[in-house]
Design a protein around this ligand. Structure first.
Ligand code: MTE
Length: 324
């Protein structure tokens, strides 16, 4: 992802502080602060950081959910401490250590609007929506366009279940998902040069593919704010920027959206963004990736290893920039 601190938007993220450096810095800080006490408190759970915010988590009784064993990993799960403290969430800043700032996000009320080319517009509270969905756990990889990767157990539901609930018209061709917009909670949204709110989109065929998942939790607990509570997309065959966080709107349309990063730098971050080790980013190679918590580079796989599920979605689309 390109970092855009005032004039520095040509800096690749790989040039930013690696997580190992600030992670140990954070540990030092936490050793004397509330973070350490929370993390050590009985019952705080793996994601004790989420407890820093005062609100009750959304639909907490649903966790942990049964594991769907159809989705296997070829690598170890990422340390939860890393996955929940090394984040991209530009609404709270362009650095990786936004987890603390993200605790300002208020999750109640969280109203979700489902509109556009649907039989009838639906406005529903996120907790109500989540409780209606078939909740399960899945082990997925996430490959960031910046060439780092992680493997996490998301909890949530298949996006196709939400599509069924939405009852789109047969003329709908795309599903556009939008993040909340409120700069009083998310100071990054005061950075006027970004085209807020964060918007992402999928074709209907992608949205109804079995891999497309709305994650509502991770590591057997409700989603921490920094990872995109209460609802975030997980499309593991695409670069991580497609996995839009903290969604408030699902909009069905026949118009392909111009997505957040596409609007900023369409030559670098396109609509399709399927992982391909042979198609380099204009400013760095995509041939390998580094798992969070490791310095070792491992080969990147076509469609991030999920080709058997999704490769057919792109038959006949040869003229498109499928891997950018
Ligand atoms: N969604 C919103 N709303 N804002 C963001 O900045 N960053 C994206 C994606 N979703 C982002 C977002 C990027 S670049 C990545 S790699 C993933 O979230 C990171 O998800 P994680 O922090 O849970 O690892």
């Amino acid at each position: 992802m390109l970092t855009r601190s005032r004039r520095g938007w040509e800096l690749p993220e790989s040039a930013a502080t690696p997580e190992s450096v600030w992670f140990s810095r954070r540990r030092l800080l936490a050793a004397g602060g509330a973070g350490a006490i929370l993390a050590a408190a009985p019952g705080a759970g793996l994601l004790g950081r989420a407890a820093m915010a005062e609100e009750e988590p959304i639909a907490a009784e649903l966790y942990p959910a049964p594991l769907n064993e159809a989705y296997e990993l070829d690598r170890e799960l990422t340390d939860p401490e890393l996955a929940t403290t090394y984040n991209n969430f530009y609404e709270f800043g362009s650095q990786k250590n936004i987890w603390r700032a993200a605790q300002a996000l208020r999750l109640r009320p969280w109203t979700v609007t489902i509109d556009g080319m649907v039989e009838e517009e639906i406005v529903i509270d996120a907790e109500d929506l989540i409780r209606r969905m078939p909740i399960e756990e899945r082990l997925y990889r996430l490959r960031c366009v910046e060439a780092w990767a992680m493997a996490v157990p998301w909890t949530g539901f298949e996006l196709s279940a939400l599509v069924d609930f939405a009852r789109p018209l047969s003329s709908a061709q795309y599903l556009v998902m939008t993040t909340f917009e409120d700069s009083s909670q998310a100071p990054g949204q005061r950075q006027f040069w970004y085209p807020w709110p964060y918007t992402e989109g999928l074709t209907m065929a992608e949205a109804t593919n079995e891999l497309s998942f709305i994650a509502t939790g991770v590591y057997g607990e409700p989603m921490p704010r920094q990872n995109g509570a209460p609802l975030r997309l997980a499309v593991p065959w695409k670069y991580g920027f497609k996995s839009v966080k903290s969604i408030v709107r699902f909009h069905f349309t026949d118009q392909r959206p111009v997505t957040f990063w596409e609007e900023i730098a369409g030559q670098e971050y396109g609509f399709w963004a399927n992982v391909n080790p042979e198609v380099p980013h204009p400013r760095w190679s995509q041939a390998t990736e580094r798992m969070l918590g490791s310095d070792e580079k491992v080969p990147t796989q076509l469609f991030n290893g999920y080709g058997e599920f999704v490769a057919h979605l792109y038959d006949g689309l040869d003229g498109e920039r499928l891997f950018m």
